[in-house]
Design a protein around this ligand. Structure first.
Ligand code: C2E
Ligand code: MG
Ligand code: MG
Ligand code: MG
Length: 276
């Protein structure tokens, strides 16, 4: 009883601390985007970036989205923050193209509350049209939870995306409760194998078998596969042998701000992945 109370008050304190941090960040506009490169395993070339949000706090430094996104989901703030994320990451995609990284794509994460708000398609398309971007270079990533909680909205939104050529990816694949059913019910273009499977794929038979089964299944279903969280050469070699389409991870590139990405990846030879 006492323990539970102490736990509750700890959680409560943490929540109000996060509320302060987010309120301040909204007031001071201290959210910013970083971009993590994604590479084709086949060609070894940079094919796009995943847009990842960060929050800067004067007091606590950089706050991870793993900590603040769940809070903003509960408070509803993610909807406004998400609209800003669309705008910023698409403006940056346009600049990547204009400054020499032509034809690369941008993957944007969508959380359940954003999907539920009902305007993601309109907002994304408004920026896409304003900037004159090719919708085929835009991808959205959703988790299983986002789909399960908003099935009807997801079907409608996906149809609209599909009409414009915007790809839909299932993020953190394998970590939810309904992966296979979702593949049957939703029109999805690709899967991201969750890092937790990639972590152990070179170390234990189970994780290796799961990764290889996910890749084989995706191939049979005509879906693309990205492996996330690739951290070493051994994982890279195995993923290549298994026929994984693309890869993302600290081995290949960490998420960085726009200018740093441009500097690092603009050089012709650096946009080529380390030798496979
Ligand atoms: P996610 O979409 O699965 O993103 C991948 C996370 O794994 C990112 O963490 C990325 O920095 C990290 N990562 C990538 N490669 C490696 C690696 O090789 N090693 C390790 N240790 N980590 C790696 P991040 O940026 O902290 O994001 C965490 C989660 O927060 C994301 O998971 C996503 O669910 C959510 N998130 C991030 N940005 C956004 C956003 O703009 N909007 C929404 N709605 N959610 C976001
Ligand atoms: Mg993602
Ligand atoms: Mg992921
Ligand atoms: Mg993840």
């Amino acid at each position: 009883m006492f323990d539970q109370k102490a736990k509750d008050s700890g959680a409560h304190r943490q929540q109000s601390l996060m509320a302060d941090i987010i309120d301040n960040a909204l007031k001071n506009k201290s959210f910013y985007m970083v971009y993590q490169p994604q590479f084709s395993v086949n060609t070894g070339r940079l094919i796009g970036f995943e847009a990842l949000v960060r929050c800067h706090s004067e007091k606590f430094g950089t706050i991870s989205p793993a900590d603040f996104i769940p809070y903003t989901e509960a408070s509803g703030d993610i909807v406004d923050i998400g609209r800003w994320i669309f705008k910023q990451s698409l403006m940056d995609l346009d600049q990547f193209h204009k400054q020499g990284l032509s034809n690369i794509s941008m993957s944007i994460n969508l959380s359940p509350a954003q999907l539920a708000a009902g305007d993601v398609f309109e907002t994304l398309m408004m920026h896409t049209l304003n900037l004159g971007l090719n919708p085929r270079l835009i991808k959205v990533e959703l988790t299983e939870t986002a789909l399960i909680h908003n099935a009807e909205m997801a079907v409608r939104t996906f149809a609209a995306f599909r009409n414009e050529g915007i790809d839909i990816w299932l993020d953190d694949f394998g970590t939810g409760f309904a992966s296979l059913n979702l593949l049957r019910e939703f029109n999805i273009d690709g899967l991201k194998i969750d890092k937790s499977f990639v972590d152990g794929m070179h170390l234990n038979d189970n994780d290796f078998t799961l990764c290889s089964a996910i890749i084989a299944m995706a191939q049979r279903l005509g879906l693309e596969v990205v492996a996330e969280g690739v951290e070493n050469d051994l994982q890279m070699q195995i993923l290549s042998q298994l026929g994984c389409d693309s890869v993302q991870g600290f081995l290949l590139g960490k998420p960085e701000r726009f200018n740093a990405c441009l500097q690092r990846w603009l050089k012709e030879d650096s946009s080529r992945l380390i030798a496979l």
